[in-house]
Design a protein around this ligand. Sequence first.
Ligand code: PEP
Ligand code: MG
Length: 580
Amino acid sequence: MAEQSIRGIGVSEGIRIAKAFVLREQSPRTPVRETVTAEEMEAELARLRQAKERSETELNELAEQAKRTLGEKQAGILVGQARMLSDPAFYPPIEKRVQEELHSAEHAVQTMTEHFAGRFEKLDNEYMRERAADIRDLGKRLLMHLQGEEQRSLASLREEVIVVADDLAPSDTVQLDKRYVQALVTRMGGKTSHTSILSRSLGIAAVVGAGDAVDAIVDGELLIVDGSEGLCIRQPQPETIEAYQIRQRRQQSELDELERFRSRPAETKDGVRVEMAANIGTVQEAAAAAELKAEGVGLYRTEFLYMNSGQMPDEETQFAAYRAVAEQMNGQPVVIRTLDIGGDKELPYLALPKEANPFLGYRAIRIGLDRQELLRTQLRAILRASHYGDVKIMFPMISSLEEWRQAKAICNEARSELIQEGKPVSDSVELGIMVEIPSAALLAGSFAKEVDFFSIGTNDLVQYTLAVDRMNEKVAYLYDYFHPAVLQLIKRVIDAAHREGKWAGMCGGMAGDPLAAPLLVGLGLDEWSMDAGSIVKVKEALSRLDSHDCRALTDRLLQLGTTAEVRRELLHYMDNLRDA
Ligand code: PEP
Ligand code: MG
């Protein structure tokens, strides 16, 4: 077969050459036969018991892993499945089928799990209905063990591979071990899908959304993945392999060079320090961020906690996750953003109506202020977690002072409730807003008198200032945070914060771009929050900058009229520094 290039979306950079490990949803083979003879019955029971024990051990191990990396909630599903195996209402009836009706073990497992799942599906309670999926999942695991097939899992990996999958399920992501998983190639997904964000946090090269071409990849075949280009090459020719090996070595030596900055403080050549924080979406990413020497979490996108769950996560579930992140960061600041759903992020169980302009519609804080119980539950969970670290709360998509004041009032009520209930809450939880709507940036002077901090969300600020949909490839050429109008707004926000003695951070993509560093130093940005993988690159850029020069440069940049001029100036400036 000739060399074949599969194109997808490059979401986590890096060049990797390794064998494919194809992780596909496997449907168990249909049982060879449905019944056994009376003589075979004892042996059949022994097979069944062995499959049960193996499943139990496997589930307990997975649950332990999940507890460490994904939090109690995800672990709970696996623990629940393990417990079900010892439930007198579940396993004994399966055995009975083999003993009394001489069913084969496979047939008994299949019919009984279907029977139980069917019963759960008929129940009124939504939570119980969802357990039907867990029962079927458990049945599948039993069947795999009965048929002698190892559950194909990432946990069994002992060599470097490129994982090929439709997408990764939560039980897969807990097992992602970057010693073995060199890269990911998935059929589905986009830049902001959970798998993509996780791969960036863990530093695993990834190409997602590669489509049906992925289906043809067979286990064990050699692949090249280029995470920057969004490319996966099958059957590479020797000269292609050689060319990529050279690029890979070059990239590696650049990375090794950057590693020197890992443990150094984030500061300019003349000693101006800034806070270098990470954006995270899960407890697992907090662990990775701490390992990559982030000095805190500048944005915890809590929506993944909601999106990974079949129903609204309750206060305890949320509290466990927020507390785990606060503890993981060991006293460093953790800015938790309240639910930012809507726009491109859906929550099926909220049944949000389809809208003509979802980015301008019912989303983020607008939902929180409309369905206040939802926001209140989340705020209670965050406030309770504040006892375990330096937790701050941030509201997304604030467009007016009224919204901010209402959100703050709900937060204060939640705090009073908790104190009355005798629950410990830190008495110094800062409250801030994301500045991602031009109206908030224009009113920054008024907001700064009331909030404790700002965090500038350039991802949305650019789309709303320039009227450019951030998801639309056709207008992507217009989407640029170096647009002079965006720069004016950013300056306005940072200046307003400083006039009132408050701090200003940035958690949009601009903060992680080394090219923006001189400008952000010049503007006096206090806290920079980005994918943890970008931290060393930005630290390296900072180390070459002089803050006085940056201020002079920024004054010049703010006079420019076009995006192209701003970019050109910045590139020129950084190139000169490199040559100097
Ligand atoms: C932003 O808008 O810049 C931001 C950080 O939030 P999100 O990307 O989650 O919308
Ligand atoms: Mg946003």
